[in-house]
Ligand binder design. Sequence first.
Ligand code: SGN
Ligand code: CA
Length: 525
Amino acid sequence: MKAIYSLGTALMALPLCACTQSADEKQEAPRYNIVFIMTDDHTAQMLSAYDTRYAQTPNLDRIAQDGVKFNHSFVANSLSGPSRACMVTGKHSHKNGYTDNESGKPFDGSQPTFPKYLQGAGYETAIFGKWHLISEPTGFDTWRIVPGQGDYYNPTIINQDGSREIIDGYLTNIITDMSLDWLENREDKTRPFALLIHHKAQHRNWMPDTCNLALYEDMTFPLPENFFDDYEGREAAKTAEMRIDNPDHMDIIYDLKMLRPGETSRLKANYDAFIGRMNAEQRAAWDAFYNPIIEEYYSSNLQGKELAEWRFQRYIRDYLKTLKSLDDNVGRVLDYLEEKNLLENTLVVYTSDQGFYMGEHGWFDKRFMYEESFNTPLLMHLPKGLEARGEINEMVQNIDYAPTFLEIAGVEIPDDIQGKSILPLLRGGDEKVQWRDALYYHFYEYPAEHAVKRHYGVRTERYKLIHFYNDIDVWELYDLQEDPSEMNNLYGQPGTEEITQQLRTRLKELQEEYDDPIRHKFPIE
Ligand code: SGN
Ligand code: CA
C-alpha cells in the first residue's frame, strides 16, 4: 500500500485514491524530487518555447523538451507577494490572507504550505532567492533569501540565522550558485528533495550583467499591434499608470538608464541606489556601455512616436539582456541535474510569479486580468513515469502547484486546498482528463503604484468577464477567440445578453466555491 504522509510525519495506512494500480505497484511509486524554478515578471512573449519574435531562450526551452508546455497557465492575483502566497498555500488570496504587496501585513507563515507538507513527508526542502512575503520563510530546512525585491548587483542576502551579508557578483548567478551548492552538499542524498530556485530577474528595472550589456543592440524589435492603444471602452485601462511612452510611468533614468550629469527624474534616487552598489569594475563597464547611448539620446531630441518607439526598443533590449543571464543559469541547473543523473526522477517546473506587458496596450508591468499578465509561463521536465509530452491546453492556475507537489510526494491533499493537482494531466495516455471549465481571478492592490483598479473576474476557454470595483463600477466582456488582444469590450452590447448571464452565473458559482467574501459586497444575480 502506498504510504500517505500528513503534517507531523504521521504515517497513515489509508489508500490515497481509488486508482487501478496493484498494491505492489503502489509501493514502488517513485517519490520524485522537485526543482521549482520561478522567476519574476518573466512573460511568455519573452520565452522562445512560446514566442520567437523577441527572445531566444534555449535552456528554458530545454525544460519542455522532455516534458510539457502549458499554453493556458494563469495566476490568481497578478502581483509578486500574493502570487507566491497562492503558490505555497494552494489557496486564493482571500484565504491565505496575503492580498497585496503594499499594505505591509506579513504573510502568516504559521499556516500550512506545500513545503511544510513535503517536510512532513520526509522531503528535504530549500529555497534560495526572492521570497517577498515580509515574514521569514517557514517549511524549509534551508533558506537564503533577498530582502524584499533584492538587488541585481552585489546583493544583500538574508541567511537563515537572521544575519545579512553582501555577496559580490550578479544576483541571478548567485542564486544559482547557492542552489547548486546546496544540491551538491546535501548530507543525506537518499532523501527526496524539493528545491525552490526563485529569481529576482526579470523584475524592474532590468539591470543586465556587465557581460551581457552589448547584446541585441543591432536588433530592432516589432512593436505590438496595440502599442498605441487609446483604451476606448475600457475605463480602468485608461487610468492605469504603466505606459512605456509616459515619462511619469516609465522613468528615463531608473528604467531606461539615461543618467547624465545634472539630469534628474522621479525615480533617479532608486537608480542611484542600484548603481551605487556596483564596484569600480562593474561601474566602469556599465558606463562604457551606456554613456554613448545617453549622449546620442540627449542630442537627438526625439519626440512623439519616434521617442515612444525608442523607449520601447531600450526596454526590450534591457529585458532581453537580463534574460540572457536567467536562461544561462537555468542551463547550469539542467546540466547539473543531467550530470548527476537526477533528471530521471526529478520534476523540473519553470514558471514566473506572473506575466508582463511588453508593449501590449502601450504598457509595461502587470496586475490586470488581461491575458499578458493573467497568463504566466509554465514548462515542466517530467521524470520517468510521467509520460505526457508536448502542449497542454487545459487551464491551470498557480494555486494548482501545491496540490500537484503534494500528490507527487504521496501526501493526501487537504480539503481546504483550492487548487487542483495537475498530475492527471502529466501522466499521459489517451484517456481524457476531466478538467475545470473556468478560472477565478481577484486583484486587490489599489490605490497603489501603477493605479490598476481592483477587479475580479472569470475566464472560460473562450470568454472573459471582469468587474472593476472600489472607486469605479465597470464590467468588461471579451471574446478571446475573436479579440485575443482584448481591445473590444463587449459588455452591454446587443447580442451578448446570454453569454453575459452565463458568465455571471459561473462567476457567482466560483465566488461561492472559493468562498470569496467580496460576493457579499457585490452580490451577483
Ligand atoms: C515595485 C516596482 C513596480 C512593481 C512592483 C510590484 N516599482 O514597486 O513597478 O509593479 O514592485 O512588482 S520600483 O520602482 O520599485 O521598481 S512585483 O513583481 O514585486 O509584484
Ligand atoms: Ca513579479
